[in-house]
Design a protein around this ligand. Structure first.
Ligand code: HXC
Length: 287
């Protein structure tokens, strides 16, 4: 049966699709995650964002809340994703103050460029701990709430008045698809992140929870791209030319992918890595 007009129109980017739903997002004050959260809030939801920097996290929470009058956005600073207990407490507080956790984004990440010859064991471990262990801790802290939410929403794909819930997204990268110079630590960590996400899709799928990965490519305005923007014109040109679409992505394009996976439109997507990189990894990644 083709989708009816009502089914199509009730699908995505409709005002209020996340009404009364709550998103828990680690790294939520960062360039990409803050825009993912903002889109969710504009579409009717409330959110709890977490970060290590108290001032930055609280300021971003206020800023996101101002994008929809009446929304609630909790900014919990001084939470390190490497600390499982701190994350569990944060999830408990989020559910208590906002009513539930229906969606989660494991977005906290650490990165720097370093050749293996100059990468100490502790440097490697630090990024593994923030990205891989931190994503695992985020999932562990939120899954009990996501299971509860999934019970209510069932992720059936039918347009339901109650909307969707019980979904987790991991923010990853494409470095581990091809290997990447100066990024052995991040490539290893993101490979682990993908596999954590996929294992969850199998273990929690039967409980109605969906688990997916979004892998941003070169996105304008992010820390890494800002650094690259300060390089000479030839380097910049080469970077953009390395993307088949011929340009860097916009944060909004990652938010759009997020809303798709959280909305009715993404109800049958589970265990997937949605690559939003303009096709760059297919030609071997950036040079
Ligand atoms: C070599 C380095 C280094 C560098 C740190 N280290 N920076 N080694 N080159 N540039 C080493 C340190 O010397 C130390 O090893 C070890 O890493 C731990 O460093 P700390 O500073 O003690 O760690 P910590 O305070 O926990 O900071 C974590 C961090 C930091 C990852 C190093 O950069 C950070 O907090 N970053 C968060 C913000 C961030 O990175 N944002 C970008 C996310 S974007 P020794 O041996 O000296 O003890 C992202 C993109 C993913 O992740 C891909 C998207 C496409």
């Amino acid at each position: 049966m083709p989708a009816t007009r009502d089914q199509v129109l009730s699908s995505v980017w409709r005002d209020g699709i996340f009404k009364d739903k709550v998103l828990f997002c680690t790294g939520g004050a960062g360039t990409i995650c803050s825009v993912q959260v903002r889109a969710f809030v504009i579409l009717g939801g409330n959110a709890c964002i977490l970060g290590r920097n108290v001032e930055k996290t609280e300021r971003m929470a206020k800023d996101i809340a101002s994008s929809r009058p009446g929304s609630k956005v909790l900014g919990l600073g001084a939470v390190d994703v490497r600390d499982a207990e701190a994350l569990a407490k944060a999830a408990e507080r989020c559910a208590k103050e906002l009513g539930s956790i229906d969606f989660a984004i494991a977005g906290a990440a650490g990165n720097f460029l370093a050749p293996i010859s100059q990468l100490s064991a502790n440097a490697f471990k630090t990024v593994m701990d923030i990205d891989a262990l931190g994503s695992y801790n985020t999932a562990k802290a939120t899954l009990p709430y996501l299971v509860e939410s999934a019970k209510k929403h069932r992720n059936t794909g039918k347009a339901q008045p109650t909307g969707t819930g019980g979904r987790i997204i991991f923010v990853s990268a494409t470095f581990h698809y091809t290997g990447k110079p100066l990024q052995a630590h991040v490539a290893a960590a993101k490979a682990a992140v993908d596999q954590i996400a996929h294992s969850i899709s199998l273990e929690f799928g039967p409980l109605g929870v969906t688990s997916n990965v979004i892998t941003p490519g070169p996105i304008a305005g992010t820390e890494g791209m800002e650094r690259l923007s300060k390089q000479d014109d030839a380097t910049l040109k080469r970077s953009k030319a390395s993307v088949p679409l011929g340009r860097w992505g916009e944060v909004k394009e990652i938010a759009d992918a997020t809303i798709y996976l959280f909305s009715e439109a993404g109800s049958y997507v589970n265990g997937h890595a949605l690559v939003a990189d303009g096709g760059q990894w297919r030609v071997g990644g950036a040079d």
